[in-house]
Each structure stands twice: as structure tokens, then as C-alpha cells.
Design a binder for this molecule. Structure first.
Ligand SMILES: Cc1cc2nc3c(=O)[nH]c(=O)nc-3n(C[C@H](O)[C@H](O)[C@H](O)COP(=O)(O)OP(=O)(O)OC[C@H]3O[C@@H](n4cnc5c(N)ncnc54)[C@H](O)[C@@H]3O)c2cc1C
Ligand code: SF4
Length: 560
């Protein structure tokens, strides 16, 4: 066993100047799966991760550390600034974080909420069924739900998903491995209200264990879930479900604290070397027979743009000009209600029921969109964030009345949140900032984003529906919002290396292989063609299993 510079324990180490079969960049939701699949299939793998290898014992209920100091995420204070603007005509301004993600082994699957909706068949062919939308890049996927379904099932059983086949669940070849999570207070209210309105609430599918599974324990309902790592390993991150299997294969070396700066190519245009900084700034370069980028929808396009060369002057794999474009966030809305009796929504996982009756909005409304609503605690149910946030119902924000309100509201509040579609637009994108640099001297991530009018209309629709549901639930006060002027950032980072059959309009093919570079693969949120209705990670993981399966078959045929 050998310990890497930052503590990862490896059963194998590889020399940097001998080509390994695969270098994988990023060990997140997708990267962890690709590493496990390729290494257990017998290929030599070097997995490069810029963050540390934290484990369950490292995670704390430390709101200040996670929310204020951003212990788990890359941000400006750690030397990784970003800039943001709403349109390409504006100068982007520095922000602490517009494109949020965790920098650690397991990526954002470590601290995500675990809401795990499969996309439905319509998501893959909606442009044909609904019609294209002028001014957008709304398109069909090159694959169908049926082609992805076996891999969704693989995610269910290998990662660990809890749920129950509901009226809206897409067709599935196998039941969920774990029964649904017990219902929480906010969702009892949501369920009751939805039934009153003639809707069909059902148990939310989640990547969280409702019972012991695969050697891991069930959730203990600690309530510090969204934005926190799980202290008992009940949350089904790639960190706990995949990475240990990859390391145990004896074929995968995990190098943590290693930030990749560039992918080099040989004279024939094939990727052959990955250059990176170790934590102390030492520059290393690993030779590889093939490269898989799993750095997420923000960092994968940045890496491709930074890998420009004489042969690839606009960035690697960017002959289409689509690298970084079509960034999709998913829309949202939130309505909070105050109840006379305690709701205690701060307990347990974020959400246990979902209403999916408006997955597809009626085209007669005059705009495109759809989504779902779940029940939760507003501001994630963590006390400090709740206390420091502005009062939901307009009371004072200091003094004894504030304290009395806080005491009542924290336990008597519920939120009904909407999660909605985002359209792909070329003008919503990730580019390299011309002025600002990160601690390594790389151009900072520049995000340009403004929700399409249909996306804003959809958020408004879900906001109004949540208001109606909150009244039906019997709230004594209610208030809410949706980003009417557009979002200023998000943690869903999708679409920036979109998948497609046509190399002129897409970056990767239907197996996540770069059209321009035969031994380069982009496997993460960047390959999504449409955004679904929120909760994209189940689909990111299913695509990762599918891409890995096809990479293995192609490698065995000698085609990589
Ligand atoms: C607080 C929060 C809650 C969320 N809740 C949900 C939810 O309920 N449901 C849902 O579906 N989604 C949710 N998401 C989104 C979800 O976590 C992401 O969609 C998912 O993790 C993306 O997977 P990925 O593989 O594309 O990238 P990531 O998981 O972001 O992994 C990318 C990895 O690459 C590493 N990396 C990046 N650049 C480099 C580099 N240059 N060199 C080396 N390593 C690099 C990163 O450190 C990271 O570990 C949430 C996200 C957050 C932040
Ligand atoms: S609520 Fe459950 S899954 Fe979430 S962090 Fe706590 S124990 Fe883990």
C-alpha cells in the first residue's frame, strides 16, 4: 500500500512516464463510477482529483465551516475566483461562487441532497414531440430512455437508491433495492394538500439508504444532509459506493490534491498526456493511452479551452464551437408556510415526497417547461442559516420579537419547492475570464447566464402552484419567491459538452467520445442535451455506467 501526497491509500502506483490505459480527471459523481468500472475490468487507471479524500469521520455538523467558509467547495477565498454576468454584452464581475461544486473525492455527490429522479422517456425526445424553440438549441438526445434504462437500474443497485414505483415513475426493469424513506412532516402536509387538489404525490426516489445495504447502514435522519457529507455513509456518494471498489481492484491509483491544467495531444491529434499541479505546486505529467474528463459541467469545458494548441486553436475537441455553451442550471421556486402545530421539517433527509403531475406543462400555456415539487424545510433546515437569513414572514431581524419568531418558525415551517426545466442557449456558457486568474495562474471560470423567458414563466407557474398547495395545506402565513430576474448561479452544471450525432453541433457522440479526438471522453454533467426537471445526477451516473461499458468494449476490440 502506498500513500499519495495527500493521504489517499493506494494498492498500486504507476510511473508517470509510462502510459497507463486511462487517466480520469475528477472523481465525482461520474468519475468515481468510470474509475470503478474501468479498473475492475482490468485496465490500469490513474484517477486525478484536485481535492482531498475525506471520509465519513471527517464530516461535521459545522454550519459555519460548510456554509460560510465553504470547507467543501472551491471558491474565491481559496484562490479560485469566478466571474459572472447575465449577458455577453456585460463585463463579468468577480463573485465568490456562481458555479458551485465540491472539490473532494466523490465530488458533489458527497454533499448533495440525494434527490434522484430518473429522466422520463419524453426528456430524450422532447424537441421532436414538443417542437423546437426558436433562438434555443433545444434538441433530441441521440439516445432513448430505453437505451439508458439498464444503466439507471445499475445505478439503483450499485449506488443504492430508496424509492417506490409510483404513478409517474418511468418504466423500470427492476424494483428499487431499498424501500422509500419514511415520510417527514413537511411531506405529510404536501401529500395532504396535493390530494386535495387532485394530484398524485408519491415517495421521492433518493440516493440515500432507508435500510442497511451493501455493507452500509441506513440513514439516521440527522438533518444535516444538503451541503454536508454523511457521517454514517448512508448517503450514496461515489466516494463511498464506488471509490473503495476501484481502489480494491488493485488497478486504480487515486492521486488527490492534483489539479489538472491541460490535456496534451500527439502529432496524430490523440490525447496522450495529462499535465497537473500537485498540492505544493510541483508540475507533473502522466502519460496515458486514453483520457476521460469527469471534472463537471464547469471544469471540463474550462480544461478543454485551456488545452488549445496549434492543432486545436479553439480548444481541444471544440471544432463545433460548442465547448462551454448551452449551460443549463435547472430553475427553482420556493414557498414557505407557517403552521399552528410543529412540523419539524428540519429532521431527516431534505425531501421524502414529490409531486410530478406537471412534469410537462400544457403547451396551451404558451411557453415550454415542466417540473416537480417536493416538501422540505426552507434554507435546508440548519439552524444557523435559518437564523441568519431574512425573516420569511416580514418580522424584525433582531431583538426579542425576532427571537420569539425564530423559536416558533424554525419548528413550525415547511417549504414546497419547485424544480424545473432550463433551455439550452448558446449565450449561456462557461468561458475563460480574460482578466481574473486563479491561484495557479489559470484564467478564472467566467459564467454568462440568463434564464430564457420560458424558464422564468415555468418557475412562476411552479411558484404559484406551491402557493396554492400551501393554502390547501392550511398554512397560517405563507411567502415565497422565484428568481424573476434570472439566476445568478447554481450547482447543476449541465450541457457544456453536449452529446449528439452531428459533430458540427455537438462535442461528444452518443457514447461520450469526443467527435474530434478518438481517445478522449467527456463523462459528467457536461454531456447532457436537456436539463430534465431538476435532480440531474441520477442521469449523470447512468450515463457514466453506459459510457464506461462502451469504453471497455471498444478498448477490448482495440478501438481506443
Ligand atoms: C449542495 C448541493 C446539493 C445538490 N443536490 C442535488 C440533488 O438533490 N439531486 C441531484 O440530482 N443533484 C444535486 N446536486 C448536483 C450534483 O451534486 C451534481 O449534479 C453532480 O455531483 C455532478 O456530477 P459530475 O460528475 O458532473 O461532477 P462533480 O460531482 O462536481 O465531480 C467533479 C470532480 O472533478 C474534480 N475536478 C474538477 N476540476 C478538476 C481538475 N482540473 N483537476 C482535478 N480534479 C478536478 C472536482 O474536484 C470534483 O471532485 C447538488 C449539488 C450541490 C452542490
Ligand atoms: S440525513 Fe441521513 S443521509 Fe443525510 S447526512 Fe444525515 S444520516 Fe446521512
Amino acid at each position: 500500500m502506498a500513500e499519495s501526497t495527500s493521504g489517499a491509500v493506494n494498492a498500486v502506483t504507476f510511473p508517470t512516464r509510462t502510459a497507463v490505459d486511462f487517466v480520469i480527471v475528477g472523481s465525482g459523481a461520474a468519475g468515481g463510477i468510470v474509475a470503478k468500472e474501468l479498473s475492475t475490468a482490468g485496465f490500469s487507471v490513474v484517477l486525478l482529483e484536485q481535492g482531498p479524500h475525506l471520509q465519513a469521520a471527517d464530516f461535521k455538523h459545522d454550519e459555519w465551516g460548510y456554509d460560510v467558509n465553504h470547507d467543501l467547495t472551491w471558491n474565491a477565498r481559496k484562490g479560485h475566483p469566478q466571474t459572472f454576468r447575465k449577458s455577453e454584452n456585460e463585463r463579468a464581475v468577480p463573485v465568490e461562487q456562481a458555479l458551485g461544486y465540491a472539490h473532494n473525492v466523490g465530488g458533489s455527490s458527497v454533499h448533495f441532497s440525494g434527490n434522484f429522479w430518473r429522466f422520463r422517456p419524453i426528456d430524450f425526445m422532447e424537441a421532436s414531440v414538443r417542437g423546437t424553440i426558436a433562438g434555443t438549441n433545444f434538441a433530441d438526445w441521440p439516445i432513448t430512455y430505453d437505451e439508458l434504462e439498464p444503466y439507471y437500474t445499475k445505478v439503483d443497485w450499485e449506488i443504492g437508491v430508496s424509492g417506490l414505483q409510483g404513478p409517474w415513475d418511468p418504466p423500470r426493469s427492476r424494483e428499487y433495492p431499498c424501500p422509500p424513506m419514511p415520510i417527514k412532516g413537511s411531506d405529510v402536509l404536501l401529500e395532504r394538500a396535493a390530494r386535495q387538489l387532485g394530484l398524485n404525490p408519491y415517495p421521492a426516489p433518493v440516493a440515500i439508504l432507508s435500510q442497511p445495504y451493501n455493507g452500509r447502514p441506513a440513514c439516521i435522519h440527522c438533518g444535516f444532509c444538503n451541503g454536508f457529507g454523511c457521517e454514517v455513509n448512508a448517503k450514496s456518494s461515489s466516494m463511498i459506493a464506488m471509490i473503495p471498489l476501484a481502489l480494491a481492484s488493485g488497478n486504480c491509483e487515486l492521486r488527490t490534491g492534483c489539479t489538472v491544467s491541460k490535456v496534451n495531444t500527439d502529432e496524430s491529434g490523440r490525447a496522450n498526456e495529462v499535465v497537473y499541479w500537485e498540492a505544493d505546486g510541483t508540475i507533473q505529467a502522466q502519460l496515458a493511452k486514453a483520457v476521460v474528463l469527469c471534472a463537471n459541467g464547469a471544469e471540463t469545458p474550462r480544461l478543454l479551452l485551456l488545452s488549445e494548441s496549434d492543432r486545436f486553436p479553439d480548444g481541444l475537441a471544440n471544432s463545433s464551437g460548442m465547448v462551454g455553451k448551452n449551460l443549463m442550471f435547472n430553475g427553482y421556486s420556493s414557498v414557505a408556510g407557517l403552521f399552528a402545530e410543529p412540523v419539524n421539517a428540519y429532521k431527516s433527509i431534505p425531501a421524502t415526497r414529490v409531486v410530478h403531475d406537471y412534469y410537462q406543462l400544457d403547451p396551451a400555456l404558451g411557453f415550454y417547461g415542466g417540473g416537480g415539487i417536493d416538501g422540505r424545510h426552507p434554507t435546508r433546515g440548519t439552524p444557523m442559516e435559518f437564523a441568519l437569513g431574512s425573516s420569511w414572514f416580514g418580522g424584525p431581524t433582531w431583538g426579542s420579537e425576532y427571537k420569539r419568531n425564530l423559536q416558533m418558525e424554525f419548528s413550525h415551517i415547511a417549504a414546497f419547492d419547485g424544480h424545473t426545466t432550463s433551455l439550452p442557449l448558446a449565450s449561456n456558457n462557461v468561458t475563460l475570464d480574460p482578466d481574473l486568474q486563479d491561484r495557479w495562474g489559470r484564467p478564472a471560470l467566467r459564467c454568462t447566464y440568463m434564464d430564457h423567458p420560458d424558464d422564468i414563466a415555468t418557475m412562476k407557474f411552479f411558484y404559484e402552484l406551491s402557493m396554492e398547495l400551501m393554502s390547501a395545506a392550511g398554512a397560517i402565513k405563507q411567502a415565497g419567491f422565484y428568481p424573476q430576474n434570472g439566476q445568478n448561479g447554481n450547482v447543476h452544471l449541465l450541457g457544456t459538452c453536449r452529446m449528439g450525432n452531428d459533430p458540427a453541433t455537438s462535442v461528444v457522440d452518443k457514447f461520450n467520445r469526443a467527435h474530434d479526438v478518438p481517445n478522449l471522453f467527456m463523462v459528467d454533467g457536461s454531456s447532457l442535451v436537456t436539463s430534465g426537471r431538476g435532480q440531474p445526477t441520477m442521469t449523470i451516473m447512468a450515463l457514466a455506467f453506459r459510457a464506461a461499458d462502451n469504453i471497455i468494449q471498444a478498448a477490448r476490440r482495440g478501438e481506443i
